[in-house]
Write a protein that binds this ligand. Structure first.
Ligand code: HEM
Length: 182
């Protein structure tokens, strides 16, 4: 019998993503308004580190997905269920594409990827400034699209929970008891 809520590992990775993505986004918005200097560099380093964490968490999440206990579909109309699935896959696509574009834009600028202020991964590519500029533009465009999609996704989850009162958000919270499941 399929469960009615996600497993704890999926739940932890989901909420970690929900914290890291807006954090990376806000840090870079603040960075744009800060004059050149140590604080700006610190914000830049934080953005790169948090973005890399988003990529790692997403890879772990997608690797875990085929093994995660199956969850029964929510009792939503079929069209809504399909739209939700489509949005989930678009979110996963964005969660991979946005940090990867950011990473390649740094490397094609000829810079190393500095992580956690502790170590750096040198660029395996020769510098290519025009390509780096295009990658940065694609990174920004997709990051904005990912944020819009994430806000729509969160709004839909809240609509389910409070307007339709179908308990959808409980599927992504720990502690829900699943009868008949290990
Ligand atoms: C307040 C913010 C958020 C709320 C309330 C929320 C709520 C939920 C809920 C209830 C589900 C489970 C749906 C189901 O089981 O049918 C879900 C799944 C999902 N959420 Fe969120 N979410 C939020 C933020 C985010 C963010 C920021 C992202 C990524 C940018 C995200 C990505 C996903 C993905 C990819 C799934 C599908 C999981 C899977 O199929 O394994 N969520 N979310």
């Amino acid at each position: 019998m399929p469960r009615t809520s996600h497993d704890l590992f999926t739940i932890i990775l989901h909420w970690l993503t929900a914290l890291l993505v807006p954090f990376a986004y806000v840090v870079v918005q603040v960075m744009e308004d800060v004059p050149r200097g140590a604080f700006k560099n610190q914000l830049y380093g934080t953005h790169l580190t948090v973005g890399t964490l988003v990529l790692l968490v997403t890879i772990v999440r997608l690797g875990w997905k085929p093994f995660a206990p199956k969850v029964a579909p929510n009792d939503s109309p079929a069209l809504m269920e399909r739209a939700a699935k489509l949005v989930h896959w678009l979110l996963f696509l964005g969660l991979l594409a946005v940090p990867l574009l950011g990473l390649f834009s740094v490397w094609f600028r000829g810079r190393p990827l500095e992580l956690f202020g502790l170590f750096s991964l040198p660029s395996p590519f020769a510098a290519d400034r025009p390509l780096a500029r295009n990658l940065t533009e694609a990174h920004e465009l997709l990051a904005n699209s990912l944020m819009i999609l994430a806000v729509l996704h969160a709004a839909a989850a809240l609509f389910h929970q409070y307007a339709m009162q179908d308990g959808l958000i409980l599927r992504m919270l720990p502690g829900r008891r699943d009868k008949g499941t290990p």
